[in-house]
Design a protein around this ligand. Sequence first.
Ligand code: NAI
Length: 480
Amino acid sequence: MVKICCIGAGYVGGPTMAVIALKCPSVEVAVVDISAPRINAWNSDQLPIYEPGLDDVVKECRGRNLFFSTDVEKHVFEADIVFVSVNTPTKTQGLGAGKAADLTYWESAARVIADVSKSNKIVVEKSTVPVKTAEAIEKILTHNSKGIKFQILSNPEFLAEGTAIKDLFNPDRVLIGGRETPEGQKAIQALKDVYAHWVPEDRILTTNLWSAELSKLAANAFLAQRISSVNAMSALCEATGANISQVAYAVGTDSRIGPKFLNGSVGFGGSCFQKDILNLVYICECNGLPEVAEYWKQVIKINDYQKSRFVNRVVASMFNTVSSKKIAILGFAFKKDTGDTRETPAIDVCKGLLGDKARLSIYDPQVTEDQIQRDLTMKKFDWDHPLHLQPMSPTTVKQVTVVWDAYEATKDAHGICILTEWDEFKTLDYQRIYEGMQKPAFVFDGRNIVDAEKLREIGFIVYAIGKPLDAWLKDMPAIA
Ligand code: NAI
């Protein structure tokens, strides 16, 4: 029986391994982590991450051929294939601070593999890593190997949170990069055989190591660039009276461009886009390509601009001050169907409003009060470390309350900011909400999910990203 071990039981390690266990009953899968609370949660009824469909997959395999454990050494020792899916945060100190990937966790995982292995193994990079990481990992492993042979493969993960299980069941492609040697090709084949249990052969792409590593960074950079492109257009739409939905539709019907991922919004978030682009920028700079680095940097700049533009709209519309005003924040996760708040635009928007002394009442169906308070007090990039190594937040933000109901959040509020596109926000009783609010009552739709015209009929002043502005908003221009 093939044995797989995955180091790192996070958003990637947990779901990917659960699906491998489900689809390959003949393979034994152990997911290990240094965080005991995380492993305990994986072994409980309350999984550590929310992802539609995940519970069912885990329930079916756990204890059969899927195991979660803190005994990293034991499971690495037993495995034929070791996936590494640990955090690769942005460095906050030293060389490359603010851009380069911090490979501390990766290196310590590699050293454990080298230390405990007594048989040849395939080591698979699942984490997103800088190009040429495999070479560094190879060196750590071979210099400590005591005669054991390791083959390094790059198998970046393309799942999207919120649709992870769907994506894993039916991936657009699985990418496997390896050495162009007979041993490297043999290792590629072994991993291909695992995926071939459910992924059609023509969707399993094989490349050299560096192409696979770079493809992941490139794919995320392209996706983020699409969002920043639409958002850049949304600012121009507001200035000219064009409508971003109409423009995006017209643009997206060109089959070379395609319709997906073209919604105007308050900006992208999530653990990957910004981090991976910063990483790409750093690699370009290190390779003497400053123009290429500048090009990709702009994608992040537009994203930051979009968030501050949104805050400025809110403040400018409300008579240039939100001091002491209650603002309801609907949605805190970086997108719907996940509880993940890493790099969510809600953090910057809330911080911007708090900077203007607003009082915030926040509701998100999947995010806890503790998480929100941590996010609003944590330093940039600190979130991307294992939970028990993150600094504890010493204080809570007093001007923030977290509630478990959208109606409670909006009661007596002066304005509403919709920051996550949860379906339930589309069908709220806005008439009832309007009646409970201070007047004039504002809705700032950062995801373009409400029917702005209907809300205007009720009496709201509505701002929707990239849509023609209300007369009210036109009279109160926001200078970013
Ligand atoms: P995560 O933070 O949810 O999980 C990482 C886990 O690794 C944590 O539970 C941590 O305790 C554990 N860990 C760290 N060092 C360890 C060690 N030495 N031994 C054992 N466990 C260790 O992170 P997530 O989101 O799963 O991301 C993992 C990697 O996958 C990152 O490189 C990320 O960029 C990449 N990725 C993430 C995607 C996402 O949607 N979240 C999608 C595709 C790639």
